[in-house]
Design a protein around this ligand. Structure first.
Ligand SMILES: [Zn+2]
Length: 310
């Protein structure tokens, strides 16, 4: 029974993808038309002279034409990936970074005196943005990389070595697309059950791996399961970590979970999901992202880059 249902679902999904592919060429038509119309419009409006010293044709330099073309491109990409609507464009990164403090009740002894990395679930901002963070690294779905690039959705990855070491290349490709790769330990243990030295090995060991594999040791770290103690933050600090974000909401392929009683998104919330595919749950990374994006867009949130606020 279950198998039949899944087959039907797969078939339905395949049908969607097929029609999406065949309509890709058609979708280029309206996009190109919009661009042409926008260019024509600005050409007719008069008074829009290209900026001095700009050698190229006036039309190519017209920001309205470029914006119209980008809007059309994004709308076509949203249709192609089966989204209800195109994701909203986030505001420019804040010129002045917000002051990040630990969430109330999430501090450890010595937090302030020792300057330990804060554990937080939300970035203090009034902007209607949320931050997408993706953990572990088991699933390495090339379609997911394409989807996020085509939709221009930023996210941050928190990698655990035992899951990513069979294919660092996948995450290098992610990094090349502008994604920041962060520390999520070597073997994903329950850190409070380990000694200080053992925790340090897990966190600093992953820093070393990341420096070697990705050219850079991160300053952002997430403890597995969101569990930590004072030793965790002390060890993390000694490895060069400055921030320990956890999350306020978690999205799964078939539902959302909330940390707060009001069960809703708030400006600046950090949302968690995982690199998981059909081996782990009933869907793909693309399905998971569709669930995430449709909700945040429907509620008027844009997805911004976490590291831009740190
Ligand atoms: Zn994890």
């Amino acid at each position: 029974m279950r198998a039949v249902v899944q087959n039907d679902k797969k078939r339905a999904r395949r049908t969607v993808h097929t029609s999406v592919h065949t309509s890709r060429r058609a979708a280029m038509g309206p996009a190109a038309l919009t661009l042409a119309a926008a260019a024509l419009l600005s050409g007719c409006a008069g008074g829009s002279t290209p900026p001095a010293g700009h050698g190229g044709p006036a039309r190519a330099a017209d920001p309205r034409a470029a914006a119209a073309a980008e809007h059309a491109r994004l709308a076509a990409a949203a249709r192609r990936w089966g989204l209800d609507r195109a994701p909203l464009t986030p505001p420019a990164p804040p010129a002045e970074k917000p002051r990040i403090t630990p969430r109330d009740g999430f501090e450890v002894d010595g937090q302030e005196e020792e300057g330990l990395p804060p554990v937080f679930t939300t970035i203090p901002t009034k902007q209607r943005v949320v931050f997408l963070t993706i953990d572990d690294g088991a699933e390495k779905d090339p379609a997911f990389l394409r989807m996020m690039s085509e939709l221009k959705v930023p996210y941050s990855a928190f990698l655990s070595n035992y899951l990513v070491k069979d294919d660092y290349g996948y995450f290098r490709r992610m990094q090349a697309r502008g994604v920041t790769l962060n520390n999520h330990t070597l073997t994903h243990p329950y850190l409070p059950g380990l000694t200080y030295e053992e925790q340090k090995d897990e966190i600093c060991g992953m820093q070393t791996v990341m420096k070697r594999q990705f050219g850079k040791a991160p300053t952002v770290f997430r403890p597995p399961y969101g569990n930590y103690n004072g030793d965790t933050l002390r060890a993390a600090k000694s490895c060069g970590i400055k921030y320990a974000p956890i999350w306020d909401e978690e999205v799964f392929v078939d539902h959302w979970e909330y940390r707060d009683w009001d069960r809703s998104l708030h400006p600046g919330d950090i949302v968690l999901t995982h690199f998981r595919g059909r081996d782990d749950w009933d869907g793909t990374m693309v399905d998971d992202m569709r669930r995430f994006l449709d909700k945040v867009t429907r509620e008027g949130y844009a997805v911004a880059r976490l590291e831009d606020y740190l």
